[in-house]
Design a binder for this molecule. Sequence first.
Ligand SMILES: [Zn+2]
Length: 188
Amino acid sequence: MLSDSGYHSILPDELYDYLTLDRKLPEKPVMISFDDGYREQFTIAAPLLKKYGFKGVFFVTTDAIGGRRMLKKKHIRNLSDQGHIIANHTFQHLNLANLSDSALRIQVIRSAKKLKEITGKEVKYLAYPYGIYSENILLKLKEMGIRAAFILSTKRSAKYPLYTIRRIIDPGNYTAKNLYHSIHKSFK
Ligand SMILES: [Zn+2]
């Protein structure tokens, strides 16, 4: 549907440059993201992205790497080498809203370090586990080197819009029509 409808996939750097520097985006831009690091994102999603000429963003929870049904390091490296973006979905997928400063640091820094070890690339973007954030952690993310962060289809922070970029979920049972309408309803 995305391909047939003329969408062009964009990556977080392009979105960031658009939001901060007013750089141009391609026509009908869409960012396609995958959370948690399930192995089928490598075996099923990545070949489909390739087929349609799309690039995606993979928000990986690093404590799960190598687990049953989860991505292994070699899959993550391969996705990165193919030009997809590997991004932070924290160390253990906890609700970040209520963590102490030191616990928050562990969740964000440990995973960023691990992913950089695997891909050789800086980790600049984060998706909140469960899409949940609290205002008081947003500034701390910035201090930890995160340039922008992604929520789900809840309300953005007026004060830190770059740290509350909205996404919608395709629950996996959408028809092409469902997804098309959901995109238009959520991002008009
Ligand atoms: Zn998640």
